[in-house]
Write a new protein. Structure first.
Length: 279
């Protein structure tokens, strides 16, 4: 109930920039770094969400600054806007590393990414940051997010729903199912745009959605509960297709998400799994 409420609150306050910083290259960069530094699953998703929320706040601050300077001369505005964009561009990798550092500390895992590790990596990319600048970057992320960094991720939704399914008597091999869910969640993040593009076209029964339809679909694209339900449903279909209908009925009862929506999501994911494995 708490996660469902939190999800609804997040969707009701959704920025129109949501998802802009979850591009496959960014997600892959974070996932590879998390793997390099031996972080657990939760840390990688936490880092993605922290970076997304931080960058959106930065964009909003730029917009606000731009509006406040409306009465200034046009040339000065252009110069200020260009300077702010350059600042975001030049510090992006640093902020990304800071988000991974913060996520590693939140995960309560023994592998915390310390300053030496982070600096060594940044130096390998020819950046010349100091420990002080690294610390200031972490503080910048914390302040921008008002220190509210312990946000739920789709992984938490997946694992909780698996617990509820088990409690409700849906007897499936837990370890293989959990493992498959983790793989599909990774896949869903790394092919996010193509999966949701397919899902949108299924929903509107049209291969050329309008800008308004794409904008309205943003809440679907950012719905963690739908993503978790879709990942579990697809995992069960791959591992135990005979149990799929029963699991979908359980998920419908638990979350209120319709069986049709679950079916459509699973189809969208499976379509791209097959596409990615076909020569």
């Amino acid at each position: 109930i708490r996660l469902a409420t939190e999800n609804e609150q997040y969707l009701s306050e959704l920025s129109d920039q949501a998802g802009c910083f979850k591009e496959p290259q960014i997600v892959e960069f974070i996932f590879l770094l998390a793997e390099k530094w031996h972080l657990d699953q939760s840390a990688r998703y936490q880092a993605v969400e922290l970076l997304e929320r931080f960058m959106i706040k930065q964009v909003e601050q730029i917009r606000k600054s731009s509006r406040e300077n409306v009465e200034s001369r046009e040339q000065e505005q252009d110069s200020s806007w260009s300077s702010l964009k350059d600042q975001i561009y030049n510090t992006f990798v640093l902020r990304l590393v800071s988000c991974i550092q913060l996520a590693s500390k939140l995960s309560l895992h023994y592998n915390i990414v310390n300053s030496d590790t982070a600096l060594k990596f940044l130096q390998s990319l020819k950046y010349s940051y100091t420990k002080q600048e690294l610390l200031e970057s972490e503080l910048a992320v914390l302040r921008t997010l008002h220190f509210q960094i312990n946000v739920s991720t789709p992984l938490a939704y997946v694992e909780l729903l698996l617990e509820v399914l088990g409690h409700n008597g849906c007897l499936l091999p837990a370890k293989p199912l959990h493992r498959m869910c983790m793989q599909l969640l990774d896949f869903s993040y790394l092919t996010r745009d193509t999966i949701y593009d397919t899902l949108l076209k299924i929903a509107i029964e049209n291969s050329t959605p309008s800008k308004l339809q794409v904008a309205k679909f943003l809440t679907v694209k950012e719905d963690f509960m739908l993503l978790a339900v879709g990942v579990i449903s697809t995992s069960v279909f791959i591992l135990n297709p005979g149990h799929w209908k029963q699991v979908v009925e359980h998920l419908n009862c638990i979350t209120g998400i319709t069986s049709q929506s679950i079916l459509e999501f699973s189809y969208a994911v499976l379509k791209h799994i097959v596409g990615s494995t076909t020569p």
